[in-house]
Design a protein around this ligand. Structure first.
Ligand SMILES: [Zn+2]
Length: 194
């Protein structure tokens, strides 16, 4: 009997087989699948060969040789305050900025009435623009087919409460789903060997 669809042993299944933790489903598959039996034998051979490889640990003097090459400098004082180095370009930029600010303040003081008339004009223009945008938005919203049904629904407190509860429920479900998605899997990770 071959389970359908045919699912051959994966690398994890091979690890599970060697640590005698193979699932009964895959154990059953192994009994019927010549291909997977061959794979298990080859894998066993690889593991046996790996076990014969001598392990190369560092010699006793290795750490000393590494540390002999490491130069540890004496501790340097850390300045409490640090400033960027004053290069010619930085000084020129700072002088230019300061000159611009002084000129701006001077001009504003000398031309106060003109400046105030500009500010009044721009504030009024901004207010007009905002009003037109708000009115257009309301008109657009009222013209939508769903607007009337929403308005009649919000007229009844019970229905409004139901819609509110539904919204909160959807939000909570979304939060829970997100939490589930970002929580790492608690499953064990199998390793070759055993
Ligand atoms: Zn197979």
């Amino acid at each position: 009997m071959t389970p359908w669809p045919t699912k051959h042993l994966t690398a994890d299944d091979l690890d599970a087989f060697h640590s005698e933790a193979l699932s009964s489903e895959m154990r059953l598959h192994l009994e019927t699948c010549e291909e997977c039996r061959r794979l298990v034998l080859l894998d066993r051979q690889v593991l046996d060969l790996l076990a014969q490889v001598p392990s190369y640990g560092p010699s006793a003097a290795f750490a000393d040789r590494v540390m002999a090459g490491v130069r540890i400098g004496s501790p340097a004082p850390v300045p409490v305050l640090s400033f960027p180095r004053f290069t010619k370009r930085r000084i020129a930029a700072m002088v230019g900025l300061a000159a611009g600010m002084v000129a701006s303040v001077g001009w504003s003081a000398a031309n106060r009435p003109l400046l105030e008339s500009w500010l009044d004009g721009s504030a009024a223009a901004l207010w007009d623009w905002g009003t037109v945008l708000w009115q257009n938005g309301l008109t657009y919203l009222a013209a939508q087919p769903w607007f009337e049904s929403l308005r009649s629904a919000s007229g009844s407190p019970v229905r409004l409460a139901a819609v509110g509860a539904l919204t909160i429920g959807l939000y909570a479900t979304g939060l829970l789903t997100l939490r589930r998605l970002v929580t790492p899997s608690a499953g064990s990770v199998s390793n070759a060997g055993a």
